[in-house]
Design a protein around this ligand. Structure first.
Ligand SMILES: Nc1nc2c(c(=O)[nH]1)N[C@H]1C(S)=C(S)[C@@H](COP(=O)(O)O)O[C@H]1N2
Ligand SMILES: [Mo]
Length: 320
């Protein structure tokens, strides 16, 4: 998954052409304006379709990394201009602008709780102590749009092995920075800030679970969760918490910002599952950003082989 694939083996002509075709028709599509709700609860917001494709035209087909299913990565422009980051703004197309210039250096991540070796890691420690790999992952937002993103980073497992969870640790809790001075979205009273997320310890230890520090070989930009964010590719995007300042090993299942906001809509597990619809929309298909047609959503977002075993015996419609 992290291998470099030679340009001659990747993006087919038809993928490239369909992307160009989309760019030509994007203006027309945005008038059509079918939209999906934001992650939000009752305050669903219209989302202009197609706008994320703007700027995609510079993509050089022969340089596009593809995932193991042969899907081409989205362009850097797309990945950095269509974002969910509610601390800045709930408008996906404005996050980049609102977050522009947000300072994420110096940065520290506190790792503690039920561990033998708690520690405060500076970003430079994390970058030097852990080999940075490339991982090309599909990202499936619960709102039913998706991207393919070439991340750089390292497995969370490697950090956890260093701090040594004790036998009491069952879950990992993650917390995003809460910088009220520079993050205007934090004034929203609808959410239980700071943004927090959680994984079961075995999920956190799975090799797919990444702490990402880069995209396309460049440092992550503020809108994507600089300088370090989680990526859990078989779960809905909201689990992939951005701009992490704290990682805590705990005994009990932690709550999350989305569970607090709407427990009937956003569960703790949030595994991508086309068979379990969101109460307000179907999860059976998705809209790949930059493409013309919807595609079927894959169970566990296509990572079933790697992760299905984590949920043996669980009813995934109950543990959604
Ligand atoms: N702190 C924080 N992390 C967050 C979010 C957020 O609003 N705040 N949004 C989540 C959602 S809903 C998605 S789909 C992904 C989007 O990641 P991207 O903008 O890098 O594509 O980030 C997730 N992580
Ligand atoms: Mo999302």
């Amino acid at each position: 998954m992290s291998q470099k694939i030679r340009s001659s083996e990747i993006t087919s002509e038809s993928t490239y052409l369909s992307r160009r075709e989309f760019i030509r028709t994007a203006g027309v599509l945005s008038l059509g304006g079918a939209f999906l709700a934001a992650c939000g609860t009752s305050t669903a917001e219209p989302t202009a379709e197609g706008a994320a494709a703007e700027g995609g035209a510079e993509a050089v087909a022969s340089d596009v990394p593809v995932d193991e299913l042969g899907r081409a990565s989205n362009t850097f422009e797309e990945i950095t201009n269509y974002n969910n980051y509610y601390e800045f703004t709930t408008d996906k197309e404005d996050v980049a602008k609102v977050a522009e210039g947000y300072v994420t250096s110096p940065w520290q991540v506190e790792v503690g709780g039920l561990v033998n070796n708690p520690g405060v890691y500076g970003m430079e420690d994390l970058l030097s102590q852990f080999d940075q790999e490339e991982r090309i992952y599909r990202l499936r937002c619960v709102e039913a749009w998706s991207m393919v993103i070439p991340w750089n980073g390292f497995p969370l497992r490697k950090l956890l092995e260093q701090v040594e969870p004790t036998s009491k640790a069952n879950y990992v809790r993650f917390v995003t920075i809460q910088d009220t001075e520079n993050m205007p979205g934090l004034s929203s009273p609808f959410y239980n800030w700071p943004y927090q997320e959680g994984l079961r310890l075995d999920e956190a230890m799975n090799d797919l679970t990444l702490l990402a520090t880069g995209i396309y070989g460049k440092d992550i930009l503020p809108q994507n969760g600089a300088p370090i964010r989680l990526v859990v590719p078989w779960k809905y995007g909201f689990k992939s918490i951005k701009s992490i300042v704290k990682i805590e090993l705990v005994e009990e299942q932690p709550s999350t910002l989305w569970m607090d906001a709407a427990p009937n809509e956003y569960g703790f597990y949030a595994n991508v599952n086309p068979d379990v619809d969101h109460p307000r929309w179907s999860q059976g298909s998705e809209r790949p950003i930059g493409q013309f047609q919807r595609i079927p959503t894959l169970k566990f977002n296509g990572y079933e082989e790697e992760v299905a075993g984590l949920y043996t015996g669980m009813d995934l419609s109950v543990n959604f």
